[in-house]
Ligand binder design. Structure first.
Ligand SMILES: O=C(O)CCC(=O)C(=O)O
Ligand SMILES: [Fe+2]
Length: 499
């Protein structure tokens, strides 16, 4: 194995600087780095993409000593194991190491590990973790450091989004002014669509700007991925960050936190500020009452925040209503006989979905190919509009501007079979139920039997019939497969999902 030297073995000069010069006291670089290209502003420290190094007359990388021999990704992996003071000492050794130790993902991880309860957001994770005002943060000239690993997150955080808005006609998600429940049941339960009218009567649509929520709920804690922050802190963050994948406020307890009435499907109840569009009909998970799985989320985020490719939990369908801003959606049917979307990988049992890329990187690397892949649908859901996600469909969502949205997951009559099939055959992937509910499938069947016995019987018969059809097909087409064994899988409703 190759014997790499580490930061502790840097040369004398570096050692002297380690003891004398904390990173934040390095002289600021007065000369602003010149922009690499028109579309993307220069990296704050001037770091350039690796290709620029090919023609550069000098390079500050060798000053990193043994570190200079390592691939950039590996340097960052090593740095992940250091605490804040080690990172600061190391960063004082030379400008190149300083640039590496400033990688935002390192400081975000440190912050999330420490989870301070009192802090002010200073515009980035490094300054926030160290509680440094901008004037105290060094910005040495690193314009002779050439690294895709350091430059790429910055480039992704400035990705221009408008290009994704020009959607080819063949891919357009249908836009409907209105839809009856009969039409939904008959023709639309399996198809994405955008309803252009339904939420304009909601009190929430009328008043839920970020500012109005801030007026009433500045101190209310909302969940944003791994953190619970007062809304005012999240808004500070949302208005001033350069994250490649901005933290996304995604809170399933917003109804109680905001003191709203949960009117279920009864919009006439006092204090109800939103309700499901009527075309979707009854949500069959409602038979579970307080034992139902998580149902609804408040979603708030800046431009470029969003959701990477996933299917919704428990083979549910969903509606997603935009109250402020707009969202770009790209969707694919999720049948087990079709491959996942380009750039997305699923484990053999489909329980794990990996998209090893941020949304911005996926857009840069795979969007073109995805757009030309059969089954691809795209749409922009604007203010006051609602998008329907059918059970089992893959979707990636990116906010084109700061947005506020509400989403609910539900089981429509037409997908009762999908939900039952999933809960029975993918029991280990069922999610969102309280931990004390040992058998969600059994409970759902029992409650359906009490409330909608005919519907349940019909769905169970269909599942049986489908199983028999599949079995007959398998026996017919691959009595003996090429590797001498059988492969058998249930069909399109029991695919993987991510909550
Ligand atoms: O608004 C979004 O980011 C999409 C949310 C979503 O897909 C979900 O809640 O499952
Ligand atoms: Fe989703």
């Amino acid at each position: 194995m190759r014997n790499y030297t580490t930061g502790c073995e840097l040369g004398d000069r570096a050692a002297v600087r380690l003891s004398l010069e904390p990173a934040e006291l390095l002289p600021a670089n007065d000369e602003k780095p010149s922009p690499d290209e028109d579309a993307i502003p220069a990296h704050p420290l001037g770091v350039k993409p690796a290709g620029n190094g090919l023609t550069a007359s000098w390079d500050i990388r060798p000053a990193m000593g043994g570190f200079a021999l390592l691939p950039d990704e590996l340097i960052l992996i090593l740095l992940e194991s250091f605490d804040a003071s080690t990172l600061r000492c190391l960063g004082a050794a030379c400008r190149a190491l300083y640039a590496f130790t400033r990688a935002e993902e390192l400081w975000k991880a440190l912050f999330i590990r420490a989870l301070p309860s009192e802090f002010s957001w200073h515009g980035d994770w490094h300054s926030t973790y160290l509680n440094l005002p901008p004037s105290k943060v060094a910005s040495p000239d690193c314009s002779q450091l050439f690294s895709d690993t350091l430059h790429r997150p910055f480039q992704c955080s400035h990705l221009p989004l408008p290009m994704y808005s020009s959607i080819p006609a063949r891919n357009q998600i249908p836009r409907l002014d209105n839809l009856t429940q009969a039409e939904f049941d008959e023709s639309w339960a399996d198809r994405p669509f955008i309803l252009t009218q339904p939420v304009k009567e909601w009190p929430a649509f009328k008043s839920w700007s970020v500012e109005c929520i801030l007026d009433k709920h500045a101190e209310t804690l909302f969940r944003a991925e791994a953190v619970d922050w007062p809304f005012k802190t999240y808004v500070d963050y949302m208005h001033n960050n350069s994250d490649e994948s901005p933290l996304y406020l995604f809170d399933k307890n917003f109804v109680s936190k905001m003191g709203l009435s949960d009117g279920g499907e009864n919009k006439d109840e006092g204090g109800v500020v939103f309700w499901p569009p009527s075309c979707f009909g009854a949500d069959l998970f409602a038979v579970l009452g307080s034992q139902r799985p998580d149902k609804e989320w408040l979603i708030i985020g800046p431009a470029r925040s969003g959701s990477t490719f996933h299917k919704d939990p428990n083979a549910t369908s969903a509606w997603n209503a935009v109250l402020r801003g707009s969202k770009y959606w790209i969707m694919f049917p999720g049948s087990a006989s079709l491959p996942p979307p380009p750039g997305v990988y699923v484990s053999a049992d489909q329980s794990e979905v990996t998209s090893p890329l941020s949304i911005a990187e996926w857009l840069l690397n795979f969007h073109e190919e995805a757009r030309n892949t059969s089954g691809c649908l795209e749409g922009i859901c604007g203010e006051g509009e609602v998008l329907h996600v059918p059970s089992g469909w893959w979707h990636l969502v990116v906010n084109l501007s700061e947005s506020v949205a509400i989403t609910q997951n539900f089981v429509p009559r037409r997908h009762l079979r999908s939900a039952l099939d999933f809960m029975k055959h993918k029991a280990d992937q069922v999610s969102g139920f309280r931990k004390d509910i040992a058998d969600p499938y059994g409970l759902f069947v029992q409650r359906m039997k009490e409330t909608y016995p005919d519907m349940l019987e019909e769905a169970l018969l269909e599942i049986e019939a489908k199983k028999k059809r599949k079995w007959a097909e398998v026996v017919k087409s691959s009595n003996v497969s090429t590797d001498g064994g059988f492969s058998f899988g249930f069909g399109d409703e029991s695919d993987a999902e991510v909550p």
